[in-house]
Design a protein around this ligand. Sequence first.
Ligand code: FAD
Ligand code: SF4
Length: 341
Amino acid sequence: MTPFAYDAPADASSALAALHDAPAALGPAMFIAGGTNLLDLMKENVLRPARLVDINALPLYDIEPTPAGGLRLGALARNADTAWHPLVRAHYPLLSTAILAGASPQIRNMASNGGNLLQRTRCHYFYDTAAPCNKRLPGSGCSAIGGLTRQHAILGASPHCIATHPSDMCVALAALGASVHVQSVQGSRTVPMASFHRLPEDRPEQDHTLAPGELITHIELPPADHLRGHSAYLKLRDRASYAFALVSVAAALDIGPDGHVREARLALGGVAHKPWRQPDAEALLVGQPVDDARFAQAADALLHGAQGQGDNDFKIPLARRAIVRTLQRAARGTPQPLGAA
Ligand SMILES: Cc1cc2nc3c(=O)[nH]c(=O)nc-3n(C[C@H](O)[C@H](O)[C@H](O)COP(=O)(O)OP(=O)(O)OC[C@H]3O[C@@H](n4cnc5c(N)ncnc54)[C@H](O)[C@@H]3O)c2cc1C
Ligand code: SF4
């Protein structure tokens, strides 16, 4: 690990100024929250920030209702505290289940909500500083294309990068239509989850649409009580725990008294550079009875254009079956998260 300067400011404006005013000539300055991803990347020399601005003293821990009837999740609230929070469990069981499907209890105790959004891909070539990687070193090439691709994308990939976004939490946030609130020295703005992460295109080094120096302050969930009775998160991976998703599915349905779907939400993880959502696929379910054939049609629409890279060709039929299974589970009623009463 290369040497770095360290600041731990107590308020957001000092943190923003510390990052903004860091001398560019010395190298990049970065925020650090739980450090569960950033420190690994520093130890592997994938990232070499010249300055770390520790944001853990900022007052960004609260989880509280919004005037609109939704929920505001502080950027520094830990993943475990978020998943087990009574308001999250009661109103957003999909989010609780997705977070608890990720990492391990120890990591979830340390990992923050803001850091989860900005965690980097788990493409092994990205971590291997001896391998060309356009995301780590723009213009150097992509070792995964023609290499080992079991974990890689089947949707939205580019000739420059076929990496996937590894988060579980973000898949649920995408399905729930969350938005991300950010602050910079210029002011504040809100970014919908749908446009927070980006596809690799010809700039795979850029995972998201934040500008340099923007601080995530909180995530806002819109009201979703109409979806809480019929939601499910399914994560398929190489081990039963402590492994990233090969394919994951977040599904939520609003089913009327006549058994017809009034609203549907579907998002995929482990298959693209961002959580994958297609409103056209969801629209196929609306106004229809709960029905396996309809679920299969929605799965085909969500996977439209999917392309394997060789090792990961299996992900296409796996994802299709996983979407149908998750919709079936959601239709039967929300499964209780692990440890629920
Ligand atoms: C062994 C292991 C297994 C894992 N398995 C899973 C899994 O199965 N599913 C899953 O979803 N995740 C998994 N993770 C990832 C884990 O969830 C993330 O590492 C964690 O959420 C990152 O949060 P953090 O607070 O530690 O971020 P940090 O490591 O502190 O920061 C990560 C990035 O976010 C930036 N950042 C942090 N907070 C802010 C903010 N408020 N504003 C702006 N920038 C910010 C930092 O500058 C850095 O670039 C795993 C991690 C490990 C180490
Ligand atoms: S898939 Fe992306 S992250 Fe992986 S080697 Fe290629 S450019 Fe790098």
